[in-house]
Write a protein that binds this ligand. Structure first.
Ligand code: HMG
Ligand code: MG
Length: 317
């Protein structure tokens, strides 16, 4: 197993999507710039979901246009460098969420395979109840929606992430069996031609941050053959997320999501008495990975700067 661990910061999307006060687009852009400068491998910039369902991300097009301009400027500047540093090597991957064809079309309209290759994150869940609340569709209906999107994304050169939420527990239906997660993962992978399957990023989400290391070990054991392409997306309710990272590293996971300052949570995972918990703090994630003897491309001082800025955007909970 490689010693290099891939880090995605989802703060601009998952981190901010549940924030009650409208955050200016310019501030979201600043956060993305700071995260890009920190050396994370990927930044999840926004969601192309219904603005009625997630009002905080109603500025998705505007924001993504501005990130695209930034990427184009970097490409122009770096093209002139004799050292041949290229934009693709300078910038992180930029990704966006989409729940359906409409969301995909919005992403495709902004995607440029050379200067702004957007990665598309298609999301479903291993819990029927959660998926219905989150996307007004049952799991199979979600997957059916992705069937027409996947070939078009591949043809356009867009990398694909499949999110499976409630991979450990659902806020409404309780414990999720690892085998139930695997069933959903297999259905998703069946949408992809054989020769493209290994390039798919499978992201397993502990949506409400309840996992213990043993849960993560069991989840990984169910996906042993897929761990080289699996990302773990931890929320952190009980301060156990870093222990879960260590367990996942031992099992062979080499890709993790975190959010600057530990912001985040899915609005549709909140229950009347409990707001959905934040993601694992990206700096804590990176420190845990480094302490375990693995490398990332992240400059922790720069990430701390991004985290400080992120903290100014969120209301205290
Ligand atoms: P629906 O109401 O069933 O949608 O919602 P619909 O197809 O009936 O359309 C209703 C209206 O929405 C129409 O507009 C559509 O055009 C519009 P109207 O005619 O009424 O003006 N619409 C859209 N507009 C913009 N972009 C779109 C789009 N689709 C339809 N893509 C829908 C279904 C999926 C749209 C809705 O449920 C939705 O947007 N859900 C997203 C919820 C969400 O973003 N949750 C958080 C992300 S998931 C998460 O946080 C978990 C994760 O972090 C991993 C983990 O932690 O486990 C990823
Ligand atoms: Mg999440």
């Amino acid at each position: 197993m490689p010693d290099r661990v891939r880090i995605t910061d989802v703060a601009p999307r998952d981190g901010l999507q549940n924030e009650p006060n409208q955050i200016p687009t310019a501030s979201k852009l600043r956060l993305i710039e700071l995260l890009a400068a920190s050396g994370v491998d990927e930044v999840e910039i926004t969601s192309f979901v219904s603005p009625k369902w997630v009002p905080q991300l109603a500025d998705a097009e505007d924001l993504a246009h501005q990130v695209r301009s930034l990427a184009e400027s970097v490409a122009q500047i770096t093209a002139g460098f004799p050292s041949r540093v290229r934009a693709a090597e300078t910038l992180p991957v930029f990704s966006v969420l989409a729940p359906n064809k409409k969301g995909f079309e919005r992403a495709l309209a902004l995607h440029d395979v050379k200067y702004f290759p957007l990665k598309i994150a298609l999301f479903t869940a291993a819990s029927e109840m959660f998926n219905k609340k989150n996307t007004n569709a049952n799991i199979d209906e979600s997957i059916e929606k992705f069937a027409t999107i996947v070939p078009r994304a591949l043809e356009a050169g867009m990398p694909i992430r499949f999110y499976v939420s409630c991979a450990v527990e659902c806020p409404f239906a309780g414990h999720t069996e690892p085998s139930a997660v695997r069933t959903v993962v297999d259905k998703l992978l069946n949408l992809v031609p054989d020769d493209a399957r290994a390039g798919i990023d499978i992201d397993l989400g502990d949506t409400i941050g309840v996992a213990r290391p043993a849960d993560i070990a069991a989840l990984c054991a169910e996906h042993t053959d897929l761990l080289a392409q699996t990302t773990l997306h931890l929320h952190d309710t009980f301060g156990r997320a870093t222990d879960c990272v260590r367990a996942a590293l031992e099992m062979g996971v080499r890709s993790f999501d975190g959010a600057a300052a530990g912001l985040g949570g899915c609005p549709y995972a909140s229950t009347p008495d409990k707001r959905a918990p934040g993601n694992i703090d990206c700096a804590a994630l990176v420190r845990t990975v480094h302490d375990a003897g693995y490398e990332t491309g992240v400059d922790l001082d720069a990430l701390d700067e991004a985290s400080s800025f992120a903290r100014t955007l969120a209301v205290a909970t």
